[in-house]
Design a protein around this ligand. Structure first.
Ligand SMILES: [Zn+2]
Length: 686
């Protein structure tokens, strides 16, 4: 590990922030905080924090001594000065004289001492920063340090390695107690460059931003060097099946096993999104014969526990030709995991006085020998964070085992951290959206209706994949929705292409819950004279396209075992033929019947099938030029042409999207056709 400090960049940061009246010290504090934040071997996802002691004017213009400390849970790589809220230092320091301090009191004192009342909550490690005297303080959970302190003799290794340059702090849970202990230990030997916290991480400090930052880099680099010496080969590989199943075969089974029925709403499930990772290092770890020991030994640093839980789920290796065995074993492993978690909660909650409410017992990380690891979360973002932390744990534990034996904090210490309200507060309390944890695939996703539908489903909390034969259109639509939306090139008239596209969706999210089969195109011709090829072409897209998509989805839904929802875009042509529109209407009529067939054949599996009957939507099918031509031919305005229905209202792609969304949410509705046409009595179904 090398210092990332560059003089010209530091000067640029000073100049940049000076324009907003930010001091040189705070500008450099932001600069080195970002340097730490951009290295995943030092900090990940809100872990770690930094501070600066300085003076600032309060709201009345009076200069006061403050501690600018990173906001709780915020990302160091992208921090701005406002992300380091200023707190009155004298008030924080007075707290050191207390014998104890409740979380509630700390939070209230902290908020009442902020210079800016609307600032974010400061880091949970604020008091440690306040009680140490240094102008600049840096704290990370550096992987190399963790590999050394997460050992039974971690303190002894550190003592030998650092030769008096650091003091060692025994494990104490973060908060008031740790802050007091660390300050006492520091004061016994004030010449040290930093503190190493057993089973937790490292603090360095200095008179300048650069000194504190470069001490961090130097001390971590020493740990990295130590890890390269006297290594033993890890791990001894277990016996594995010859042929391992692919990610897209494993993920839906795992996802299904990790889903739970909603106890309050019949037919509803609480589902997870998956993020898959693999690499030679991950495979070496998950394939080890002793995985059950080192893989279940606990977190590498305490603040991972809220994201990963204390242990991962471990499954058997999935043999390609024995997926039924894998399914049974995965379900049993998840049941065992939940029972173990519930027993842990009951035991530790009794110790804590029975005051805590249990969190859900499902795993957040799954290790699959032969394949890799999965992060699990209620959103793609949460799943990615869990996977990042799991990957970090693989590195830390591997290195710890290479020079000794990995050891974590005790069960009681893990519980105190996992159920610490200040830690849980980092996860936020965002209201659950109705489709949170669900994965929706939209075909024709690059078109007007597909785009609007994907947007509506994403807004309702679903992860969305947009399939389109026009890759660029799908990518543009996905980009407009957000970072997590997936675009996949898919021609629904090609069976292999459909299977590949669904495999990609499964690899990206872990499965499929909702399909909006929307891709279509119009062919015309007077039915008695039309070329048979034209009819067949239309059937390929407007009937078989829907069938291929539905079939691929059902296979995945059955593997998950948590039901599902198939939604079809069926035109009003299916029930109300227009002149010379037979080549379009006939396959659509067959698709209407297809909806009912899926409803009949898969109702017992909890898979619902519904259709939307839309008419006259401005889209790729009904282009502006076509609308102009048709309205002119009828001698009416475009507006009158589009709103020529019983309600006299123009129907839009957003109206169709809302109809699909309602069908996805109507858990007791299958075999339904919802009409979205402003009223067309000739196309009414009954
Ligand atoms: Zn920490």
């Amino acid at each position: 590990m090398k210092s990332g400090w560059v003089d010209s960049e530091a000067r640029a940061a000073i100049d940049h922030y000076a324009r907003d009246g930010i001091s040189r010290d705070l500008a450099l504090r932001v600069y080195t905080t970002r340097l730490l934040g951009r290295d995943p071997k030092l900090v990940l996802h809100g872990g770690g924090n930094t501070s600066l002691k300085t003076t600032m004017p309060d709201l009345l213009g009076e200069e006061v001594a403050v501690l600018c400390v990173k906001g709780s849970g915020s990302d160091m790589a992208a921090i701005e000065p406002a992300g380091l809220p200023a707190v009155r230092l004298d008030r924080l320091r007075k707290l050191r004289a207390r014998a104890d301090l409740s979380d509630e009191d700390l939070l209230r004192i902290q908020r009442a001492s902020l210079l800016e009342p609307t600032a974010p909550n400061p880091s949970v490690e604020i008091l440690l920063h306040a009680f140490l005297p240094h102008k600049f303080i840096d704290h990370t959970h550096a992987n190399a340090i963790l590999s050394i302190v997460d050992q039974p003799d971690g303190e002894a290794i550190c003592a030998g390695l650092y030769d008096g340059r650091v003091s060692l702090v025994p494990y104490v849970m973060p908060g008031f107690g740790l802050a007091k202990t660390a300050a006492d230990i520091y004061e016994a030997k004030p010449e040290v460059e930093g503190l190493i916290l057993n089973k937790h991480g490292i603090f360095t400090f200095g008179a300048s931003a650069r000194e504190s930052y470069e001490r961090m880099i130097a001390l971590v680099a020493l740990a990295e060097e130590r890890l390269q010496k006297n290594r033993k080969a890890v791990f001894v590989t277990a016996q594995l099946p010859q042929a391992i199943a692919s990610v897209d075969a494993v993920a839906p089974i795992l996802r299904g096993a990790c889903s739970r029925k909603d106890e309050k709403i019949e037919g509803a499930w609480r589902r997870m999104i998956l993020e898959f990772r693999t690499s030679p290092a991950i495979l070496n770890f998950v394939n080890g014969a002793e995985l059950a020991r080192y893989g279940q030994a606990g977190v590498v640093t305490p603040d991972h526990t809220i994201r990963t839980k204390n242990w991962p789920l471990i499954t058997i290796a999935p043999a390609r030709d024995r997926m039924d065995d894998f399914k049974r074993a995965a379900q049993a492993a998840v049941t065992d995991f939940c029972e173990r978690y519930q027993a842990y909660f009951a035991r530790e909650n009794a110790r804590a006085g029975g005051i805590k409410r249990p969190l859900d017992p499902l795993p957040r990380v799954a290790l699959v020998p032969g394949l890799g690891l999965f992060g699990l979360g209620r959103s793609k973002e949460d799943a990615k964070i869990a996977a990042d932390l799991a990957q970090c744990a693989v590195e830390v534990v591997t290195d710890a085992e290479a020079i000794g034996c990995f050891e974590s904090i005790s069960e009681a210490e893990m519980f105190d951290m996992e159920y610490w309200p200040l830690e849980q507060a980092k996860l936020g309390s965002a209201a659950q959206k109705p489709l949170a944890g669900e994965i929706a695939v939209i075909t024709g996703g690059g078109g007007t209706i597909g785009r609007a539908t994907a947007k509506a489903f994403a807004a309702a909390g679903a992860e969305v994949a947009l399939l389109d034969c026009d890759e660029r259109a799908a990518a543009d639509a996905a980009k407009a929705i957000g970072a997590a939306a997936l675009a996949v090139k898919c021609d629904v008239t090609d069976g292999a292409c459909v299977r590949d596209a669904f495999a990609r969706v499964v690899a990206a999210f872990g499965g499929v819950d909702i399909v909006v089969s929307n891709a279509g195109a119009a062919w015309q011709g007077r039915i008695g004279e039309v070329d048979e090829d034209v009819l067949r072409q239309s059937f390929e897209l407007n009937f078989y396209g829907h069938q291929r998509v539905a079939q691929a989805a059902v296979k995945i839904m059955l593997a998950q075992g948590t039901g599902g929802c198939l939604l079809f875009n069926v035109s009003k042509q299916a029930v109300n033929p227009g002149p010379n529109f037979g080549p379009y209407g006939l396959p659509k009529a067959a698709t209407l019947f297809l909806v009912r067939q899926y409803a009949v054949d898969y109702g017992a599996d909890g898979i619902r099938a519904n259709a939307v009957n839309a008419d006259r939507i401005r889209s790729g099918l009904l282009t502006d030029a076509f609308i102009a031509e048709r309205s002119k031919a009828r001698g009416v305005s475009e507006k009158d042409y589009l709103s020529g229905n019983l309600l006299g209202r123009e129907v839009t792609a957003d109206d169709v999207a809302q109809a699909f969304l309602h069908q996805a949410l109507e858990l007791k509705t299958t075999g339904d056709v919802t009409t979205v046409d402003g009223g067309n009595i000739a196309a009414a179904l009954r």
